[in-house]
Design a protein around this ligand. Structure first.
Ligand SMILES: O=C1O[C@H]([C@@H](O)CO)C(O)=C1O
Length: 552
């Protein structure tokens, strides 16, 4: 139970653009109080977080999502522009107020357009109440966020993705570890453009200093725009103990696969030769990427924190070796006694076929041939205030033509459409969601998609290869000790099965956490229990059909 002395933690944040060189290459970065990544929110279970957010971006709107926080009773503070709130205008201050009801490792980041990849993100660490302890022990607690990094502005990328002809964002220029990377300033086209400075203090490597013999809990989050990553610390095994805020049955890895939107806690014992430093490294997997590995320094005290290790950095796993990635997904089980088991039956099954399509000449991603478009009026407000004309009321399909769909070939999907329709779930029912992967518009290609659900944790019932069989595959579901997560990978040509309880009144996005893919329509929205949602704060209104409701 939360401690009786639950506190209110107040933050005053100012968001603006500033010139920064996170990978030595200077560009406009979104900062919070001058920092990117933003400040870490450190709280205790049951605390109330109040963030007064001032938008000083001059000409851009903003909204911030509290990733992994379920917003029970406060669905209007989920921070998802177009779903739960109107955007925060330049010059305006918006106050988020919500309770962190569970211990664990969470994230926050911009959730408007593709602003997350402009650098607007940070960590949330929720500790247990005083006197309670985890089912594992450690001496010190650290948080890092892994990211990829583009030199083009988020705006330029968004315009390209929504242009005819389609302009793909391409592979990121760098990988960042806790906001720091290293672009090769001698590589074209940066030579001589005056923007790359290899000795900028912004791009000195992240250093994690450890005391020999001590055990570290390292909380690792990924907020990549595109890349699936493998992370490792040279010469050190990692014991995975937490995933997305849930304690898991501990398992040991040499490298951790982590998908955008996921968080993990790993335990690392500083038990190697202490006379030197070691590499921390991140590497792109699942795409044949040109992006160099991200590097940071695992520094054994009292060696100099910036002294490079004497070794060649680890190469990391092969990008196209799917087997170890599947094995890690399957290894994640709930820690006994810490996560409720799932209901044994579901009331509804929604199968979502993930495809890449062309719609009216635009390159899009679709679920059951429906590509997501944002409405002009946020759903939560439209539904609560009965502005139903403001979005398409025909529900999207619960399935696709399974019998006649070949997931291994390039398909035309000529009947794909773009829509802002949503799924309405009966309150307090159990719903299974099966994500089905397929070939993209390129031959012999299927991608990894990290799917993130707002407002809930889901049970991960299983992963499979090939086409999901609604009769036989559910018999293999893990109903005994599945982990709960808020983000889960859909592997190439595979399926992932999830179970949720529709018990959190509100309107919740469920989408691919790849920034460009969601922008290209790869998401759906669930409504449940709208009639139980309390009075909306007027601060979330003011756009679209809600203008008349806005009382500042
Ligand atoms: O959405 C995407 O578009 C490109 C490519 O399919 C376009 O040709 C790619 O790699 C994606 O992930």
């Amino acid at each position: 139970a939360p401690s009786v002395e639950a506190r209110i933690r107040r933050y005053r944040w100012e968001v603006k653009y500033e010139y920064r060189s996170p990978d030595c290459y200077k560009k406009l970065v979104m900062t919070i109080n001058g920092r990117a990544p933003g400040p870490t929110i450190i709280a205790q279970q049951g605390d109330t977080i109040v963030v007064e957010l001032k938008n000083s971006l001059l000409t851009e709107n903003v909204a911030i999502h509290w990733h992994g926080i379920r917003q029970i009773g406060t669905p209007w503070f989920d921070g998802t522009e177009g779903v739960t709130q109107c955007p925060i205008l330049p010059g305006d201050t918006f106050t988020y107020k919500f309770v962190v009801d569970r211990p664990g490792t969470y994230l926050y980041h911009a959730h408007y357009g593709m602003q997350r990849q402009a650098g607007l993100y940070g960590s949330i660490r929720v500790a247990l109440p005083d006197g309670e302890s985890e089912p594992f022990s450690y001496d010190y607690d650290r948080s890092i966020i892994l990211n990829d990094w583009y030199h083009k502005s988020t705006y330029e990328q968004a315009v390209g993705l929504s242009s005819k002809p389609f302009v793909w964002v391409g592979e990121p220029q760098s990988l960042l570890i806790q906001g720091r990377g290293k672009f090769d300033c001698t590589s074209s086209p940066s030579i001589g453009d005056g923007l790359c400075n290899a000795s900028s203090p912004d791009c000195s490597p992240y250093t994690m200093t450890v005391v020999p013999g001590k055990t570290y809990r390292l909380r690792i989050g990924s907020l990549t725009a595109l890349a699936a990553l493998s992370f490792e610390i040279e010469g050190h095994n990692m014991t995975v103990v937490e995933a997305d805020g849930h304690n898991v049955e501990p398992f040991v890895v040499k490298n951790l696969f982590i998908y955008s939107g996921e968080t993990y806690s790993v335990l690392i014992k500083a038990d190697q030769n202490p006379s030197r430093n070691y590499w921390m490294s991140s590497k792109v997997v699942s795409r044949n990427s040109t992006t160099p590995n991200g590097l940071a320094i695992f520094n054994y005290y009292p060696n100099h924190p910036r002294r490079n290790p004497p070794t060649v950095p680890p190469a990391g796993p092969l990008w196209n070796d799917l087997a170890p990635r599947l094995a890690q997904s399957n290894a994640i089980k709930s820690h006994q006694g810490y996560t409720l088991p799932p209901p044994l039956k579901s009331d509804r099954v929604i199968v979502l076929l993930n495809t890449q399509n062309s719609i009216n000449g635009y390159r899009r991603w679709s679920l059951n041939n429906v590509s997501f478009n944002f409405p002009h009026t946020p759903y939560l407000i439209a539904l609560k205030e009965n502005l139903l004309h403001s979005f398409d009321q025909t529900p999207p399909p619960d399935n696709y033509d399974v019998a006649n769909y070949d997931i291994y070939s390039v398909a035309n999907n000529t009947n794909a459409t773009a829509s802002n329709s949503i799924y309405r779930l009966q309150f307090n029912t159990t719903v299974d969601i099966v994500l089905q992967n397929a070939n993209t518009m390129n031959a012999n290609n299927s991608e990894t998609h990290p799917w993130h659900l707002h407002g809930h944790d889901f049970w991960v019932l299983g992963y499979g290869t090939g086409k999901f069989d609604v009769n036989s595959d559910p018999k293999k579901y893990n109903l005994v000790n599945p982990s709960m997560k808020n983000t889960v990978p859909l592997h190439p040509y595979g399926w992932t099965a999830l179970r949720i309880r529709a018990d959190n009144p509100g309107v919740w996005a469920f989408h691919c956490h790849i920034e460009s893919h969601f922008y290209m329509g790869m998401g759906v929205v669930f409504e449940e229990g709208i009639e139980r949602v309390g009075r909306l704060p007027s601060s979330v209104m003011g756009c679209g059909a809600t203008k008349a409701f806005h009382r500042p």
